[in-house]
Design a protein around this ligand. Structure first.
Ligand code: THU
Length: 138
């Protein structure tokens, strides 16, 4: 886990920029691209609740916008003592960029508190990946 201490710390720091006046639940994400660049994201909520975006997807969308689509790991740091696992929508969006992407979660104590480490494939088994019938769906 210590291998990704810096990434976890970056996620914890950016969590402070979360726009979450409705849930009061701050989440930060730090996504490590294969180039070595780290892309940050927070959850951004809206008065029309369904328009809110999770931290993980904010980070992915920033990276793709900047031209990076290959990733090594994403660290997610949320309020509370226990790590928060990514929601289903974020798992599906992460899967788009590969089943082997490492997903590290931490609570508000970051790398000094409880953390988990898994892959996107581990979090989303039997994922939908390809809509073309001739190519299958695995
Ligand atoms: N949230 C995230 O940012 N990432 C997750 O993986 C789970 C949930 C956000 C969405 C919303 O702004 C708040 O946490 C409460 O659900």
């Amino acid at each position: 886990m210590t291998r990704y201490r810096e990434l976890i710390e970056a996620a914890c720091r950016v969590r402070e920029r979360s726009h979450s006046p409705y849930s009061q639940f701050r989440v930060g994400a730090a996504l490590l691209g294969r180039s070595g660049t780290v892309y940050l994201g927070t959850n951004v909520e809206n008065a029309s609740f369904g328009l809110s975006n999770c931290a993980e997807r904010t980070a992915i969308f920033r990276a793709v916008t900047d031209g990076e689509t290959e990733f090594e790991a994403i660290a997610v740091c949320a309020d509370g003592e226990s790590p928060t696992p990514p929601c289903g929508a974020c798992r599906q969006v992460l899967m788009e960029f590969g089943p082997d992407l490492l997903v590290i979660t931490a609570g508000e104590r970051g790398a000094d508190g409880p953390c988990t480490e898994s892959t996107v494939a581990g979090l989303l088994p039997e994922a939908f990946r390809d809509f073309r019938p001739s190519k299958g769906n695995s």
